[in-house]
Design a protein around this ligand. Structure first.
Ligand code: PMP
Length: 290
């Protein structure tokens, strides 16, 4: 049996329901996180809750719980579902309102937490690498809906995903309105080129990825220079290695972009090394589920 937390109560999965008048449902007005638990510990819990509250602040959404309470809710939800290795989805929605947009007419935000399993890509994709394409749908312009806000409105990314799937690939590279690389639909991007590692900065229109920060830190510990800045498709096409990072996908290699083979077209040594470091870190650190 699996249980979902909604505003102070655990409901069996089948009975976990929110109102159709919740603005999270009506307008995508809300924020969320995707968090993983490994080996009985929640990985980077504080960072995820901080980002959740930053996202809420930017959309002027006042959570009905404190950060500390949110952390407790996440741990409790894992515990209730006997999660040792799994995926956790806390959500703060604007709450119930009327059919107009005005969020100030929604009296109280809602806090929801789901803990389950997730598997985005089959094992072969991690062993062989993904072939991806650039899509026409740009990542949102920073001053429309800033991509750093992890909002319940993922249509920008979904439109890009549709283009990828229609073209017969699993993931899409999204550019920002200036034509520089932002990120993929649910993952940040890294490249390795001549022994240095590059990633698009958050100002390029990407989510401030928590996995990306961890991987950048691991790379620096290995002695690599990691440069966060402007990345173009040229840089990726001519890179030696490329991989994506995200809580759900973890680290997945990319072996071609727009039919241009990356490096020798095989999963590279820097990726492999960092993946091992990442695996060790996730298995040995985190907030215990007790
Ligand atoms: N970009 C987008 C658009 C995402 O949805 C995600 C996944 N949450 C990421 C990047 C990766 O972020 P993180 O490593 O914090 O999961």
């Amino acid at each position: 049996m699996s249980y979902v937390y909604i505003d102070g109560t655990f409901y069996e999965k089948e009975n976990a329901k929110v109102s159709v008048f919740d603005h999270g449902f009506l307008y995508g007005d809300g924020v969320f996180e995707g968090i993983r638990a490994y080996n009985g510990m929640v990985f980077r819990l504080t960072e995820h809750v901080d980002r959740l509250f930053d996202s809420a602040k930017v959309i002027a959404l006042v959570p009905s719980v404190s950060k500390k309470e949110m952390e407790e809710i996440i741990i409790k939800t894992c515990h209730k579902n006997s999660i040792r290795d799994g995926y956790i989805r806390p959500i703060i929605s604007r709450g119930v309102g009327d059919l107009g947009l005005n969020p100030y007419l929604c009296k109280k935000s809602s806090v929801i937490c789901i803990a389950d399993k997730i598997s985005l890509y089959p094992k072969e994709d991690y062993e062989n690498g993904l072939k991806i394409i650039t899509v026409a749908t740009h990542r949102n312009y920073n001053e429309s809906l800033n991509p750093r806000v992890k909002s319940l409105n993922y249509l920008n990314n979904i439109l890009a995903k549709i283009e990828a799937v229609q073209a017969g690939v699993k993931e899409a590279l999204m550019l920002n309105p200036l034509g520089y690389v932002a990120e993929c639909t649910g993952d940040n991007l890294f490249i390795a080129r001549k022994g240095k590692i590059y990633m698009p900065s958050v100002h390029s229109g990407s989510l401030d990825g928590i996995t990306a920060a961890v991987v950048a830190e691991l790379a620096r510990k290995r002695g690599f220079e990691v440069i966060s800045g402007t990345v173009s498709r040229f840089d990726i096409w001519t890179s030696d290695e490329c991989w994506l990072t995200g809580t759900a996908a973890e680290m997945i290699p990319v072996i071609s972009l727009d039919s241009r083979q990356i490096g020798d077209g095989k999963v590279g040594p820097i990726y492999r090394q960092l993946l091992m470091d990442f695996r060790y870190l996730t298995e040995t650190t985190g907030t215990p589920i007790v």
